[in-house]
Every structure is written in C-alpha cells, then in structure tokens.
Design a protein. Structure first.
Length: 192
C-alpha cells in the first residue's frame, strides 16, 4: 500500500500524455478513463448535484486537453485534473450562492422549500452530518469534505486548492472542532 501523497509512476499515463502532446488525441482517452470517476466524485463533493458534477468533469477534461501543452512532463496527471475540476466547481458554487440569495429574497416565506425532504431525510443522522458540513465556512467545508469524505491526503488537497499543507491542516482542524461541537449529541457526548 502506498503512503498518502506518494506518487507511483504510471508508464501508460506518461505515454498517453506524451502522445497527446504530440498530436494523437486518441491517447487522451486513457487519462479520461483512468480519472473520470474520481473527477466526477470531486465535483459532486463540491456542487452536490450529479448532473452538474458530470458536466463539470467533462469541462475539466476539455480544459486539460486544451492546455496539455502546458502540462509539465513527469508530473502526475491526477492532481492537475483535480485542481481544474475543483476550481470549476467552486465557480459554480459561488454563482449559485449569488443566484440563491437573489431568489430567496424574492420568494415569500411560505414558498421556500429545501431539498432536505428528498430521500436523504430518511436518515436523520446523515442529514445532521450534511447540515453540519454545510454550516462550515466555505474553505473549511471544502477541506473537510475532500479529506473526510473523498479521502484525499493533505498534500492532494493543498495542490487542488492551491494552498500550503499547513493551511489545509488548519482548516481541517477548525472544521473537525466545529463538527464535533455540532454533532456531540449524535456521537454521545462532548469533545475537548
């Protein structure tokens, strides 16, 4: 088992990148097939919508392909594509929050509906955890979701969000403390 943040060389990936750079677009299919599920998962973890996550994944792969000439030979492709989809997803979330604020201010109180009555509500604990995650400040929420749910390492998250590892650890520590406080009753007591 490889250590978190370790990078094993993938000769097929290296070859696919080189061939794509040399004008053989069909070689890019290897990269898409290798990373597609994880890229969609990263996007979904941020935007929380399956259709948007798939669209963002597709857009991320298109952008990566268009900029493949700028990709540094020898670097792993994963962190690069994850950073691209993370940035695209964050843009969508920022746009949504602006639109949501405008829409909510236009709605009457009785018209407001939350998607919490969808199937996720059947599991009260899952809904509480999701609510606690959503209540975190944006960067803490992203770091917590990427580490605790998506299981990315501190190093990978730092690369995707363009932060240093210490900052990632700090955001994660603050997020964990707030989550423990909010969910103390769920997990049977207070935390120090």
């Amino acid at each position: 088992m490889k250590a978190a943040g370790a990078h094993e060389e993938d000769p097929l990936e290296t070859a696919a990148i080189a061939e794509t750079k040399n004008g053989r677009p069909e070689a890019y299919e290897y990269l898409v097939s290798k990373y597609l599920k994880r890229v969609i998962s990263v996007a979904w973890g941020i935007v929380r919508n399956a259709d948007d996550a798939e669209d963002l994944a597709q857009e991320a792969f298109v952008r990566a392909y268009e900029n493949i000439a700028r990709f540094r030979t020898g670097d792993p492709f994963g962190p690069w594509i994850y950073r691209i989809v993370t940035n695209l997803s964050l843009d969508v979330v920022k746009h949504r929050s602006r639109v949501r604020q405008e829409a909510l201010s236009d709605m009457e109180e009785g018209e407001r509906r939350d998607r919490a009555d969808l199937p996720a509500k059947t599991n009260e604990i899952a809904a509480r955890i999701e609510s606690a995650l959503q209540s975190l400040p944006e960067m803490q929420r992203l770091v917590a979701r990427m580490h605790l749910v998506e299981e990315f390492s501190h190093t990978e998250i730092a690369g995707m969000l363009n932060l240093n590892e210490g900052t990632v650890r700090s955001h994660l520590s603050l997020a964990r403390r707030k989550l423990r406080e909010q969910l103390a009753d769920v997990y049977g007591g207070s935390y120090e």
